[in-house]
Design a protein around this ligand. Structure first.
Ligand code: SF4
Length: 360
């Protein structure tokens, strides 16, 4: 109830202060110079899990290669994945490509302007649909991302956890009630920029904040207590052992399938174990014997150990280089692809494999 009372008193003040702050402090970004929904969509997807500094260069490269929705739709998925390399969260690239095909097939190649149509595109959730429809088409849909959750829960000292349906609904309602009729797109960008630059996760700049005098968390000296979350992310450990086989000028790759992380990306032959395992243990496994069956003594170098963090997984990885003398006949197990070592960089690979390739 406290929230409603404060809200009814303050919405226009909050909105106008944020707009004023934005006009003075907004970041000059390439996708802010356009109303093209395609460009705005691409930038929103890039920025979902990528820092702005890295995102800008990538956005330019993407636009150069895929300047419009038809070019993106006509590309091979593998090329889109390759261009996406280094950004991680590859499902974003796959979804962008599939949504572009959807736009060409069902909307005659013209980016849809209605919120439900935008929301129906592959990979587009409420956040992206609200961002594109408000920024490109000036429609009244409030964005709610991590920045907005933080700013609003602090302003109104909301103790309801934001990872519960109740918390999400509450913040969604408040965000919508603050949205101005005029230029909702700029306001949406204002509150997100404000969260990224002023009301930051740690050490928010409360002393110079234009909302300080109406911020309940600040008044209660409990700024860092918000937002409240109920669940901690559960991280599972996985143990990957990659074998970079060198056989003359050839090496071997495997294309990942649909049932796990990094779908359709390429990698070296992999043995995954449930627990940490050294080379001696690996050599006892059926997977190792199958991979190197029929070969005499192998020369195996452990080259690199990496801990690779994903949102829900920590991947403990060891890379081995295996030299097979050219004179030996090696028949790789089914599913492995033979490639020239010089061609390796043409394949789309995960950030983890990319890290390894940079070291050799
Ligand atoms: S006073 Fe501090 S916590 Fe409150 S909105 Fe401003 S920056 Fe965020």
């Amino acid at each position: 109830m406290e929230t409603k009372k404060e809200l009814s008193r303050e919405p226009s003040q909050i909105t106008s202060r944020l707009q004023k702050w934005y006009n003075a402090h907004k970041r000059e970004l390439p996708w802010r110079e356009t109303n093209d929904p395609y460009r705005i969509w691409i930038s929103e997807v890039i920025l979902q899990q990528t820092r702005i500094a890295q995102g800008i260069g990538f956005y330019h490269r993407f636009m150069q290669r895929f300047p419009d929705v038809r070019t993106l739709a006509a590309a091979r998925e593998e090329e889109v994945l390759k261009l996406w390399q280094g950004l991680g969260y590859y499902s974003r690239a796959r979804n962008l490509h599939q949504a572009a095909v959807q736009i060409v097939n069902h909307h005659n190649g013209i980016f849809p302007s209605s919120y439900p149509d935008i929301l129906s595109l592959k990979g587009v959730g409420q956040y992206t649909a609200a961002a594109v429809s408000s920024i490109a088409f000036h429609q009244p849909h409030a964005v709610v991302d991590g920045n907005v959750y933080r700013v609003l829960t602090r302003l109104f000292a909301i103790a309801t956890a934001i990872d519960t349906p109740e918390g999400k609904k509450m913040i969604g309602r408040i965000a919508q009630s603050l949205l101005p009729e005029e230029d909702p797109g700029s306001y949406n960008q204002a509150i997100m920029d404000f969260g990224a630059l002023v009301c930051t996760p740690s050490q928010p700049k409360c002393e110079e904040c234009v909302l300080q005098e109406i911020c309940l968390a600040y008044a209660e000296r409990r700024v860092t207590a918000f937002p409240v979350k109920e669940r901690k992310i559960k991280i599972s450990n996985r143990y990957f052992h990659y074998f970079h086989i060198v056989h003359g000028n050839r090496t071997y790759l495997h294309k990942r399938d649909q049932s796990d992380i990094w779908q359709n990306l390429y990698e070296f032959p992999l043995i995954e174990t449930d627990h940490p395992a050294d080379l001696l243990i690996l050599q006892q496994t059926a997977a190792f014997r199958e991979l190197f069956s029929g070969l005499p003594e192998l020369l195996i170098d452990p080259l690199l150990t990496v801990r690779h963090q994903l949102t829900h997984q920590l991947i403990h990885t060891r890379f081995y280089r295996v030299i097979i003398p050219e004179s030996c006949t090696f028949t790789p197990p089914q599913g492995l692809l033979i490639t020239d070592i010089g061609e390796l960089h043409h394949y789309p690979v995960s950030r983890l494999i990319h890290k390894y390739l940079e070291t050799i």
